[in-house]
Structures are given as C-alpha cells and as structure tokens.
Ligand binder design. Sequence first.
Ligand SMILES: [Zn+2]
Length: 320
Amino acid sequence: MLTRELTYKKAFEIKNNALKQKIARRDMLLNAAYSTNPRLLEIDRELSSIGAQLAITALSGNSEKVAVLKAKSVAVSKEKSAILKKEMVPEIEYDCPLCKDSGYLGGKICDCVKKLAAQVILDDLKKQMPLDDCTFESFNLNYYSKDGENPRKRMTYILKLCKEYVDSFNPENAQNLLFMGSPGLGKTHLTMAIVSGVVEKGYMPFYGPAETLFSLASSERFSGENKGGYNAMLDCDLLVIDDLGTEYVNEFSRSVLYNLINSRLLSKKPTIINTNLTMKEIADRYGERIVSRLIGGYNANKFIGNDVRQQKSLEENRGI
Ligand SMILES: [Zn+2]
C-alpha cells in the first residue's frame, strides 16, 4: 500500500541513487586522472591560492588587481578542463538539468521527481492490475451490439465520458462516477484507463477492490497494520472502489464505506465506484443513507451489453 509520503520517499531514493552512481563513476575517473597528471593537483592549489588572494584584494578595493586575478583563475580553470577532457573525465550529465538531480527547484519539488513518483505508483498498481492492457485504445466497442437497447451507443458515450474525465481531471472539481452493470462489461477496464491517465497527469489516485480497501482499513483499526492507509483513501486525489458488492459485508465495512463516500463528498474529492449491484441491492446491503449520497453526488452510468470476457474466451476457443 502506497501513501503519498512513501511514494515520494521512493521517488527521491531512485533519484538520489542514480546521482550517487553518476558521481561515483566520475570520481573513479577523476582519481585516475589525478594519479597520472600531477599538474592537476598543482592547479587545485593555484586555484585556492588565487581564491584567497581575490578575497583579500576585493576587500581592498583594488579593481585592477581583482581583474588580473580573475583572468588568471579563468585561465587555470580552462587548463584543468582541457586536461580532464583529454583524460576522458566527463562532466556529470544530469538526468534533469533543471534541478541538477537535487529534486528541488526554487524550494519546490521538481517535476522530474513527480514523474518518478508517477512511475512508482504505476509500478505498484501493475502488481495488482494488468494496467498496460486496460487503455482507452484497447477498449473495443465492437463487442457491444447495436441491437435492442443499443449497447454500442451507450458504451461509446461512456468511453467518451471517461476520456474527457482524464483530460479535464483536477481533484478539486472532478465529478464522482458510479459505474453500474453486470460483470464483464468493461467497468474495471475503463477505470484502470482513468487511473493511468490521472497518474500520468501527476496526481495520486488510490485504487482497490472494495474487499481490499475494507481489509486495509480493518487491519489498521484492529491490528495496527497498514498505518496511514485509511487516511490515504480519504486524502488521495482520486479514490477508486472497484467491485463493490462482491465482498463480505459487516457493520465495520458498512461504516467505512459510508465514511469514505461522505467525507470525500464533503471535502469535494472525487471518487469512482464500480459495482454489479443495483441501487436497490446497494440499499439492502449498505443502507439507504449510502444510496442517498450516491444519488445526490454521483454521476451514475449503467454499462450494458453481453459479457465481453465471455465473448473473448469464445473467440479464443474458436481460434479467432
Ligand atoms: Zn528535476
């Protein structure tokens, strides 16, 4: 389970380790160059002596002498660079020239660290989900027929809704989505695509099947594990509760669900819920007050059509 702190801690570790390796490699080459070029050590002594003289001369206000010393310093530095170049000691090539791989720019976390943090989140999610297979591009509308209530038309609309959701995503004003419908109609697929898109935009989602989220909350509450997990669900930029209704329900999970939904509505933070249940079944399982929050605060969309997973496995069996 990744909290915001942990994610950034990992991102900074990756950044610092990469820089350390670069410095260590350069130091090795540098040591070799110093051992074969005694002139380098002399230059270093000259440079520090010039530096000391410059400091004293600058205080005395003798600008002519300052200029002479500066010119001397530049010349000696050039000589040093030339020797290092000849000895093939490279300048450090930073991955991010902006922050020189320090990870900070003007007192703020640099974008390069945010990108790394996104990668950390994606890698973590990929352990749970086939994220790479669940993209908007790989969502195949051909599996939805145009007959009867025209699932194709409905799903074309929902796909567009999801793409626009990512394009305009901002945790301060994104809407809450409730995806309903039978299993195998692509709810998780589209939600995964939203999660990837939101991560790539630099935001921090928290994804989990309802069962996992409730058990994280429960182990934090009752056995002190996964500390910070529940707060991460409350505070993340986008909470995704997948597969609501397939888990075992008890008083505790009911209250966790209500608190998550209600607190995030109050703090205006977006949530996406996927469920195979109808509103009536949600009411029966979790209570009317949850349904009233969902009706009042969520954009509900029903997925329709024939089970895509079944269609795919039929195709595979037929060798298509
Ligand atoms: Zn940077």
